[in-house]
Design a protein around this ligand. Sequence first.
Ligand SMILES: NC(=O)c1ccc[n+]([C@@H]2O[C@H](COP(=O)([O-])OP(=O)(O)OC[C@H]3O[C@@H](n4cnc5c(N)ncnc54)[C@H](O)[C@@H]3O)[C@@H](O)[C@H]2O)c1
Length: 264
Amino acid sequence: MPRHDGTIAIVTGAGHGIGRCIAGQLAAEGAAVAVLEVDEPSGHETVSQIIEADGRAVFVKADITDAAQVETAFSAAEAALGPANLLVNNAAFTDAGDLKGMKLESWHREIEVNLNGTYHCIRAIIPRMRAKGGGAIVNIASVNGMRYFGNPSYSAAKAGIINLTMSVASEFGRDGIRCNAVCPGSVRTENVTWTIRQQKDPDIFQKLGRWYPLGRVAEPMDIARAVCFLGSDEAGYISGVALPVDGGMLAGMNVMIDEFILEA
Ligand SMILES: NC(=O)c1ccc[n+]([C@@H]2O[C@H](COP(=O)([O-])OP(=O)(O)OC[C@H]3O[C@@H](n4cnc5c(N)ncnc54)[C@H](O)[C@@H]3O)[C@@H](O)[C@H]2O)c1
C-alpha cells in the first residue's frame, strides 16, 4: 500500500518549485492534495499535472497573509477532499538583501508572508486536526533560520517558524498532532531570488556546490522526500524537530577546511 494512502494534505505555495514537487510526490504516494496558492494559474497547473499522473488534487486560492482567506480555503479543501490530516507550510517570499539596505516595508512583508502566514495556516488547521484526533504539520523553514546567510528578515521569520514548530509540538502532542520543520540549504528552483542570482551568474548553483559536503545544491525532490517522510506514520514518534536537508552543509565549514588543507 502506498505510504500516503489515506492522507489528505494541504500544501501551501504549491504552484511553483519545492511546493509543486511536494504536492506531486505526496500525490504519487497516495495522498489527496489541496494545492493552496495565491497565484491561480500556477496552482491550477500543479493540479493538472497531478491529475494527469492519476493523482487526486484540487486547487484552493488564498493569500496566506489574510487569516480569513486561509479559513475559507481550508473549508473549501475539506469540502472537496475531507478533513486534512497533513499540512505542509511551504509558501514563502523573499526579495533578499542585507540589514544595511533594508527597507522597512521589506522587513514587514517578509515577516508577514513567511512567519505570520505560516501561523495563520497553523491556527486554521489545529482545531480541525484536534476534532479528528490528530495529524501532522511540516513547516518548510531554512538553514537561514539556524545560521546567518544573508536575507535578515527572511532569516528572522524562518527562525520564528522553527520556534513555532516547537510550540505546536509541545502544546498539541497530546491531541495526536506532530509538528516538524524541514530546513533546506540551497535548492535549485526558479524563485525570484535565484532567478536574479542566476542572471548575474549562470553557474551559481554549480559554484555553490563546493560549500556542500555532498558536492551539490539540493533538487526540489530532496526536500519533498524529507517532507513525505516527516508527514507519514513512519515518523510517528518524531515531533518538534528542525531537520536540516542541506547535504551536510551546517555540519562544517567545508570551504574553510579546504583552505586549511592548502595552508598545510
Ligand atoms: N529555493 C531555495 O533555495 C530554498 C532554500 C531554503 C528554503 N526554501 C523554502 O522552500 C519553500 C519553497 O521555496 P521555493 O524556492 O520553491 O519558492 P517559490 O517562490 O518558487 O515558491 C513559493 C510559492 O509560494 C507562493 N506564495 C508566495 N506568497 C504567498 C502567499 N502570500 N500566499 C499563498 N502563496 C504564496 C508563490 O506563489 C509560490 O508558488 C519556501 O518556504 C522557501 O523559503 C527554499
